[in-house]
Design a protein around this ligand. Structure first.
Ligand code: CA
Ligand code: CA
Ligand code: CA
Ligand code: CA
Length: 409
C-alpha cells in the first residue's frame, strides 16, 4: 500500500509540474539533487533523494544503493570503510576506502541510478597499483583544483608511520586512473610541517587548498597555494597555518568534517560538535579577525527526539548555501544525516526549523546505521529503487518510479 501511495504522489507531481521533481518544493532547495551517504556498517555508498519534496529522504523509495559489494565491476568489499567522497566537476564520484587502501572512481554510465554495472567502477589510485610506489595507508580526504587534478590526503597509521602526504593525481594517458608513471606525486609533505601530523580532509577555494590536520592534539587548518606552479608545495613559502587552536576567537579547530564553498570553509569541530564558518575577508591568508570566524550551527539545533550520538564526522556544502552533516551512535535516533538550510537568510543555521532530519534510522527503520561521510550530487542521476535494500520484491513499482522520473526530468 505504501509504495502505491508514493508512486501516486509522484504521478501527481509529474502531472502538476511540467518541469522537474525538484521544483515541487523550492523551500527545500530548488537545485537539490540528492546526497551520497557512505555507511560504515552497511558497507556501501547510498544515494538519497527527496522525491516527494518534503525536504527529507525518509520516505519509501528515497534511498538506494549506489555502490557496494554487489558491483559487477569485480571489486570485492570495496566499500567497507569509506572515509571520503568527492564528486568532481566532470561528474565522476571519487571515494577513499580505508579497508582496501584505495581511491576508486565511479560513473553511472548507463544512467540507471547506480554505479553497480560492469565497468562503472575503477581503481583511481592505490598503493599496490601506482607506478611511483607511493604509499596509501588511509585515504582520508579528497579535493579537486580548477584544472581537474584530484588531491588525496594520505594519512599514515601509528603502526606504519609512512605517510601524511597530500598527493596530486592526474590521468595523463587517459586510461581512467592515476596509477601510471608520472601521474601521482607528493604535493605536500605534512610531516615536514608537523611530525605529529594526522591529516583529514582537503577542500579547495579556487586553486587554494585548505587541509585539516589534528596534529597530535594541536589541531589546525593549513592554507597551501602553488604560487610558482611547479606542482609541489614549498613548505617554507607556499603553506601556512590558516587557523589553529591558539586562535583568540574561541573557534574549535578539530575537524574530521571539512568542506568549502566558493568563499568560505566549514569545519565541524569534534569537541564542540559545532560548525564554524571561516572566511578570509581581508585576504591575509589566515583567520585574524573575529568577524572571519563564526559558529553557524550547534547540536542544540537538533529537533527534539533526535540526537547527535558519538561524534561529528562529516560536513558537506550543497547548493544555495545549504549544508549536510552526519551523526551516529548506538540508538536509531542518533544515526542521522541532517540538512541545514538557512531559511531566514540571516547567515547561519541556528534558527528554528533550519535543521532538517533528512535521513534517520529512527524514521526509516533501516538507514543509515553508521553514516560517516556525505557528498551532494552535482547533477541528478537517474533515480532508482531501494526495494533491494528494503528486501522487498517491488521491481514493478521501482520501474514505475524510474519511468516517471525520467518523464519529468
Ligand atoms: Ca521525502
Ligand atoms: Ca549504472
Ligand atoms: Ca592513467
Ligand atoms: Ca538562519
Amino acid at each position: 500500500m505504501q509504495y502505491k501511495k508514493i508512486s501516486l504522489k509522484i504521478l501527481l507531481v509529474s502531472c502538476t509540474f511540467a518541469s522537474s521533481l525538484v521544483t515541487v518544493s523550492p523551500v527545500y532547495g530548488a537545485s537539490f539533487g540528492g546526497i551520497f551517504v557512505a555507511d560504515q556498517t552497511l558497507d556501501g555508498i547510498y544515494f538519497t533523494q527527496d522525491f516527494n519534496g518534503d525536504g527529507d529522504a525518509n520516505d519509501t523509495g528515497e534511498v538506494s544503493v549506489y555502490f557496494d559489494d554487489t558491483n559487477a565491476s569485480g571489486f570485492a568489499n570495496p566499500t567497507g570503510n569509506v572515509f571520503t567522497i568527492l564528486q568532481s566537476n566532470s561528474g565522476f564520484l571519487y571515494y577513499g576506502d580505508g579497508n582496501t587502501d584505495s581511491v576508486y572512481r565511479l560513473l553511472d554510465s548507463n544512467n540507471n541510478g547506480n554505479a553497480l554495472d560492469a565497468g562503472e567502477a575503477s581503481v583511481w589510485f592505490s598503493a599496490t597499483d601506482n607506478a611511483s610506489g607511493l604509499p596509501l595507508l588511509t585515504p582520508n580526504g579528497l579535493g579537486e583544483d580548477n584544472s581537474g587534478a584530484i588531491y588525496i590526503v594520505a594519512a599514515d597509521t601509528v603502526g606504519t608511520p609512512n605517510g601524511d602526504f597530500v598527493y596530486r593525481t592526474i590521468d595523463l594517458n587517459n586510461d581512467g586512473d592515476a596509477n601510471d608513471m608520472g601521474e601521482a606525486s607528493i604535493w605536500l609533505d605534512l610531516k615536514a610541517l608537523n611530525p605529529a601530523s594526522s591529516a583529514f580532509e582537503i577542500a579547495f577555494i579556487d586553486d587554494v587548498a585548505f587541509i585539516s590536520d589534528t596534529a597530535g592534539g594541536s589541531p589546525r587548518v593549513y592554507r597551501a597555494e602553488d604560487i610558482n606552479n611547479d606542482n609541489v608545495i614549498d613548505p617554507l613559502t607556499e603553506v601556512k597555518i590558516f587557523i589553529d587552536d591558539t586562535n583568540p576567537f574561541g573557534i574549535g579547530t578539530f575537524y574530521f568534517g571539512f568542506d568549502s564553498d566558493s568563499s568560505s570553509l566549514y569545519g565541524l569541530d569534534l569537541f564542540s560538535d559545532s560548525i564554524f564558518r571561516l572566511t578570509d575577508e581581508n585576504d591575509s591568508g589566515s583567520i585574524d579577525l573575529a568577524s572571519e570566524a563564526l559558529k553557524v550551527w550547534e547540536p542544540s539545533n537538533i529537533p527534539t527526539g533526535f540526537d547527535f550520538g558519538a561524534g561529528a564526522f562529516s560536513v558537506a556544502t550543497g547548493p544555495t548555501g545549504e549544508l549536510s552533516i552526519t551523526s551516529n551512535g548506538s540508538q536509531p535516533n542518533e544515526d542521522n544525516v541532517f540538512r541545514l538550510i538557512d531559511m531566514n537568510g540571516d547567515g547561519d543555521y541556528l534558527d528554528a526549523d533550519e535543521t532538517i532530519i533528512y535521513s534517520s534510522r529512527e524514521l526509516t527503520g533501516f538507514f543509515p546505521v553508521r553514516p560517516r561521510v556525505v557528498e551532494y550530487a552535482k547533477s541528478v542521476p537517474e533515480p532508482t529503487t531501494l526495494l533491494g535494500v528494503l528486501g522487498i520484491g517491488g521491481s514493478l513499482v521501482g520501474s514505475a518510479i524510474h519511468g516517471l522520473s525520467k518523464k519529468v526530468n
